[in-house]
Design a protein around this ligand. Structure first.
Ligand code: HAM
Length: 430
């Protein structure tokens, strides 16, 4: 018989892996709750059409796509945003806006698998639909950072790098980049710091079609990393002071919300997806060793493109793969130790019946209870109790039965007491 293995880029979640995933999900849900986001989900399979042009070339090239038996061209969802836009668009008319929605979908991209990149991942999506103001942009980043803080990460571990495509567009246009060269210029900018300078210059001239002088002007923009310096230097460019003002307000709001330390302006952030129209951001580990943990931004035209409602929106996706690596590296993942409240030990077959009845009552009261599924020596039962992480072992023997009590042993301290079984039935043991 062949030994089957999972497909490359797909994970098996053994209990300890699942515990890490549940730990991350719990923080995502808790941050969503604190910020008043409602949970939703959509289908994992969507019409292929939903992603073509909406998501951008990179993702479309990675789709798991096929023709179903009804002749429909379908794709496993590579991201949640087109589904969210479709769903929000079709219901938004009757709902109070802005919507605050979140979801924890599993997504599928046929990527070259490498560290931090798999072919499936879970991604927390939080989106605000129906608010064009910068307050929504700040709120979106804040909820993402809240979850990372809940997971024990600080400004020393992570940083959100923020830019605004509207500001960048003004700067690039003023530098001489034609409208139809913007997309290729963004793609080159996206590689700044990650590819050698010569290769970037080549991208700007060959792929974006810029002449050498314009390419140099473009590169000069990124020589000034600070927002205020950039504002001063390009103050005469039409629109720049207004765009900068909006970013100032954004950072002020994040300051009030307690997240300024975790954020930084970075003119190089453009995001790979096609639909972003305003403030965009990516969250990285401070040391810059891993890929982005999270990416998002404003996309004001996507709902109009996939639904009858044309509403502004902003949101992000935070993946579980890089996040788990980061938490593991920083020692922030809780140790895996499964626990049960009670392990019931029957001394002999005569106590089996009472033991099962006690298990039933304890479980009905919300306690977790395990016992040996076949007769076993007392020693063996205690061994299993320890292996299961039982907080207490409850021994039922002939002596106890006669006295109408059970022997309860606290597994951590070893302390024992004899009590009537009814005293165990109170609340859920902690
Ligand atoms: P994205 O940048 O493609 O954005 O993905 C967001 C995050 O998901 C990444 O930063 C990364 O942590 C994780 N991720 C993406 N692909 C993979 C992969 N193959 N393996 C492991 N992790 C991965 C989006 O998907 C946008 N739809 C986010 C968004 C929501 N924008 C607005 N609303």
């Amino acid at each position: 018989m062949p030994e089957f293995q999972s497909l490359p880029g797909f994970r098996d979640f053994y209990p300890e892996d699942f515990a890490a995933r549940a730990h991350i999900f719990a923080a995502w849900r808790e941050a969503s709750r604190r910020f008043g986001f409602e949970e939703y989900d959509g289908p994992p399979l969507e019409p292929l059409e939903l992603y073509i042009e909406k998501s951008g070339e990179e993702i479309v090239g990675q789709l798991y796509t096929f023709e179903d038996r009804g002749g429909r061209h379908v794709a496993l969802r590579p991201e949640m945003t087109p589904t969210l836009a479709r769903m929000a668009g079709s219901r938004a008319r009757g709902l109070p806006k802005p919507l605050r929605w979140f979801s924890l979908p599993q997504l599928f991209r046929y990527e070259r698998t490498q560290r931090g990149r798999l072919r499936e991942h879970f991604q927390w999506n939080a989106d605000i639909v129906g608010e064009a103001g910068v307050g929504a942009d700040a709120e979106i980043l804040a909820v993402g950072l809240e979850a990372l803080r809940l997971l024990g990460l600080t400004a020393e571990d992570i940083v959100a790098r923020v830019n605004d495509r509207r500001l960048l567009e003004r700067l690039l246009r003023a530098a001489g980049v034609p409208q139809n060269g913007l997309a290729a210029t963004y793609a080159a900018v996206d590689k700044l710091g990650r590819e050698p300078a010569g290769r970037i210059r080549e991208r700007l001239t060959r792929e974006a079609g810029l002449n050498a002088a314009i390419a140099q002007c473009v590169l000069d923009i990124f020589e000034t990393p600070e927002l205020e310096q950039l504002a001063e230097r390009h103050a005469a460019v039409p629109g720049v002071p207004e765009e900068v003002d909006r970013l100032r307000e954004y950072f002020r709001t994040l300051d009030d919300l307690g997240f300024r330390e975790m954020t930084a302006f970075d003119a190089r952030i453009v995001r790979g997806l096609a639909y972003y129209t305003g403030i965009v951001f990516e969250i990285f580990d401070r040391r810059g060793e891993l890929r982005a943990v999270c990416g998002g931004g404003r996309y004001d035209q996507l709902l109009g493109a996939v639904s009858v409602m044309d509403l502004p929106a902003a949101g992000f996706g935070m993946g579980d793969v890089v996040l788990r690596e980061l938490l593991a590296e920083r020692g922030k993942l809780p140790e895996y130790s499964p626990k049960v409240d009670y392990y019931l030990v029957a001394i002999g077959d005569a106590e089996q019946h009472e033991m099962l009845r006690l298990a039933e009552r304890l479980r009905a009261n919300g306690h977790s209870v395990v016992y040996a599924l076949r007769s076993a020596s007392v020693g063996r039962q205690f061994k299993e109790a320890a292996g299961r992480g039982a907080r207490r072992a409850v021994v039922l023997g002939p002596e106890e039965m006669r006295a109408g009590v059970v022997l309860v042993r606290d597994m951590a301290s070893g302390a024992e007491e004899r009590v009537p079984p009814a005293t165990l039935l109170g609340g859920v043991a902690s």
